[in-house]
Ligand binder design. Structure first.
Ligand code: IMP
Ligand code: MG
Length: 181
């Protein structure tokens, strides 16, 4: 078991499995879009997944424009779950096909808010790609169009995802041993 910051990390999704799945996802995405795609990576958690997925998309023949949006959920885990844009995209989205990339779909509040924001600005379509889907924790009707893996209902770290701003650098997704299952 890898040890990072004195914590044993149980690997749930190894780097090789993620890389393989990214290539499959890129093939699915390339089957749906032709040109003019705008990819919006939802920071911060998606930065590594987005970096790998867009390179796999290149391998599948796509040449998207890439943007970043930083959103934060206030009271995550509470009922309010208010979402706020902390750093907006620069590109106009009117009439464009947009692919939102995020790390985890959990309650769905973050991506529902972000999707509606872009649709209200006139995006022609807004699809969602997530590495992990925690279906058991959904609080909205939102579903992703492209899902890497179904995720057990545990707090995961690595591959961009953090616990208190650490562990994002791990090349795999895992759980910190001793954390509540
Ligand atoms: P939700 O779908 O609005 O509930 O929010 C999902 C967001 O919460 C993800 O984009 C992550 O940033 C964060 N998140 C949810 N579950 C985890 C986890 O297990 N580890 C790290 N971040 C998580
Ligand atoms: Mg996030």
């Amino acid at each position: 078991m890898p040890i990072v910051r004195d914590k044993k990390i149980e690997v749930l999704f190894p780097a090789e499995a993620i890389a393989l799945r990214n290539r499959e996802l890129a093939g699915e995405i390339a089957g749906r879009y032709f040109e003019g795609l705008l990819v919006v990576s939802v920071l911060k958690g998606s930065f590594i997944f987005a970096a790998d997925l867009i390179r796999a998309m290149h391998g599948a023949g796509l040449a998207p424009e890439i943007e970043f949006i930083l959103v934060s959920s206030y009271g995550a885990g509470t009922t309010s779950g208010e979402v706020k844009v902390l750093r907006d995209i620069d590109a106009p989205v009117a009439g464009r096909d947009v692919l939102l990339i995020d790390d985890i779909l959990e309650s769905g509040k973050t991506l529902k808010f972000t999707r509606e924001l872009l649709l209200n600005r006139g995006a022609r379509s807004v699809a969602i790609a997530v590495l992990l889907d925690k279906r058991g924790r959904r609080q909205t009707e939102l579903e992703a169009d492209f899902v890497g893996f179904d995720c057990p209902d545990r707090f995961v770290v690595g591959y961009g995802m953090d616990a208190g701003h650490f562990f994002r650098e791990l090349p795999f997704v895992g759980v910190i041993e001793g954390d509540a299952p």
